[in-house]
Design a protein. Structure first.
Length: 405
C-alpha cells in the first residue's frame, strides 16, 4: 500500500449538492492560511524548508534533526495512517462498533508526540492514535474499546498515556489537576492535553484554562483544529482564532501549521520547555483538517464541499515530508520500499489481532465499582448471574423436548 492509497476517497456527489438544487447545503470556505503571519510553518506544502519570519525561536528546536530523524518522522506518519486505514476497514466489515479516524492529522500528532519526554504525561481524547504510537502503546490495544471488549486495553502508567476519553473536553480538567500535582511534587516534567476545536467550546476546557493559569500549572493544551466539530464549522463556535482565547486567561497561545510535522514538533517542544521551567500553561492550536469523517457513523459529504477537501489533500502532511526527503536526498527508493512492506505487515497484524480478541468476562462490569464492595452491587451481580443461567436452562429444556437442533 502506498501513502497516497490511504488518503480519503473522493466521494460521489449526492443529489442536491450542486448550486441551485434542493437538499442539504454543504459549506465551502476559504481554507488557505499560508499567508497568515501568526501561523508557524517550517515546511511548506511543496516540501521546502523555511524559517518562521515572525519568531525565529522555534527554528532552534528542529535545527539539529538528522536525516535519520526526518525518516523516523515520516515512518511514524505512514504507519499511523496505515493503522488508521485498517481500523476504518475493520469497522466497515463489522469488526469494530465505531472508529474515529485521524486521517489528515498525522503531522499534528506525530510532531507533538515526538516532542514529549518519557516522564511527561499525556491526556488524549479518542483520536490520538499517532500520539499513542509515539508513546509506545501497541496499536492493537487501541481497538479493544471500539470492539467492545475492554475500556482501554493498556496500563496508563506504563507509557504515561492515559486511556482514551470519550466525554468531550473532560480530560483537560484531569490534565490540569495532574499538572498541579506535578508542580506541588517539585517534578520538572510536563503534561499535555489533546482536544479538538469542538471541545474548545466546552465548559470543562474553560475551567481548565482558568485553573491552570491561576496555579501556573505545567500543562500544554494541544488543540487539533480540524475545522469541523462533526458537522459544525469552527466559525460557528468562535469569532476569533482559537489560539487567541489564551490571552483572556493570561497565558500564551500559538497557532501552528498542523500539517507541518516539523513546526508541530518545534512549537510543542517550546511549549513543554516553558511548562517544565515553571512558566505555566500554553495553548497550541494546530491548524489542520479532518480529511475523512468525524467517525465511521458520519457522512461528511452531506455538509462539506468536495472542493474544500480537495484543497486540503494538496497539503497532505505525509506527501509534504516525502517531498522534503526526496529534495534533500535524505533517503532513497529502498527506504520507501521497506516502509511499504512494514506498512502491509502492520495492517495484517492489526487485522489478525482484532479478530483474535476474546469476548470479555460478562461479570467484569461488577468489579472495581467500589473499593470495598457494596451490597447493592452484590445483589445486581447475583441477578445478572441468574439471568445468564436462564439461557442455559432454556437451551437444555429445549433439547430435552426435541425442540432444539
Amino acid at each position: 500500500m502506498t501513502v497516497d492509497s490511504t488518503a480519503a476517497p473522493k466521494p460521489r456527489r449526492s443529489a442536491g449538492s450542486k448550486a441551485g438544487t434542493t437538499g442539504t447545503k454543504r459549506t465551502t470556505r476559504t481554507t488557505s492560511k499560508s499567508a497568515d503571519p501568526e501561523l508557524v510553518q517550517l515546511l511548506t506544502p511543496e516540501g521546502k524548508r523555511v524559517k518562521h519570519a515572525a519568531n525565529a525561536v522555534y527554528d532552534k528546536y528542529v535545527a539539529g534533526l538528522t536525516a535519520e530523524d526526518f525518516r523516523g518522522l515520516y515512518r511514524d506518519m505512514v504507519l499511523t495512517r496505515r493503522f488508521d486505514a485498517e481500523a476504518t476497514a475493520l469497522q466497515r466489515q463489522g469488526e469494530l462498533g465505531l472508529w474515529a479516524s485521524l486521517l489528515g492529522q498525522e503531522a499534528a500528532q506525530i510532531g507533538s508526540g515526538r516532542a514529549l519526554r518519557d516522564d511527561d504525561y499525556v491526556f488524549p481524547t479518542y483520536r490520538e492514535h499517532g500520539v499513542a504510537w509515539c508513546r509506545g502503546v501497541d496499536p492493537t490495544n487501541l481497538l479493544g474499546m471500539f470492539r467492545g471488549v475492554n475500556h482501554g486495553g493498556w496500563d496508563p502508567n506504563s507509557n504515561n498515556f492515559h486511556l482514551y476519553t470519550i466525554v468531550i473536553g473532560s480530560q483537560t480538567l484531569h490534565a490540569t489537576g495532574y499538572a498541579m500535582g506535578v508542580a506541588k511534587d517539585g517534578a520538572d516534567s510536563a503534561v499535555i492535553a489533546y482536544f479538538g476545536d469542538g471541545a474548545s467550546s466546552q465548559g470543562d476546557v474553560a475551567e481548565s484554562f482558568t485553573f491552570s493559569a491561576v496555579y501556573n500549572a505545567p500543562v500544554v493544551f494541544f488543540c487539533q483544529n480540524n475545522q469541523w466539530a462533526i458537522s459544525e464549522p469552527t466559525e460557528k463556535q468562535t469569532r476569533v482564532p482559537l489560539y487567541q482565547r489564551a490571552q483572556g486567561y493570561g497565558f500564551p497561545g500559538v497557532r501552528v501549521d498542523g500539517n507541518d510535522v516539523l513546526a508541530c514538533l518545534a512549537v510543542t517542544k517550546w511549549a513543554l520547555e516553558r511548562a517544565r521551567s515553571g512558566e505555566g500553561p500554553t495553548l497550541v492550536e494546530a491548524y489542520t483538517y479532518r480529511m475523512g469523517a468525524h467517525t465511521t457513523s458520519d457522512d461528511p459529504t452531506k455538509y462539506r464541499a468536495d472542493e474544500e477537501r480537495e484543497a486540503w489533500e494538496a497539503k497532505d502532511p505525509i506527501l509534504r515530508l516525502r517531498r522534503f526527503l526526496e529534495a534533500s536526498n535524505h533517503t532513497d527508493e529502498g527506504f520507501f520500499a521497506e516502509l511499504e512492506a512494514e506498512s502491509e505487515a502492520l495492517g495484517r497484524r492489526v487485522r489478525e489481532a482484532v479478530r483474535a480478541m476474546p469476548d470479555p468476562d460478562h461479570f467484569a462490569i461488577f468489579e472495581n465499582v467500589y473499593a470495598d464492595g457494596h451490597t447493592l452491587v452484590d445483589e445486581e451481580r447475583a441477578q445478572f448471574a441468574a439471568y445468564q443461567a436462564s439461557f442455559a436452562t432454556e437451551s437444555e429444556s429445549g433439547f430435552a423436548a426435541g425442540e432444539g437442533a
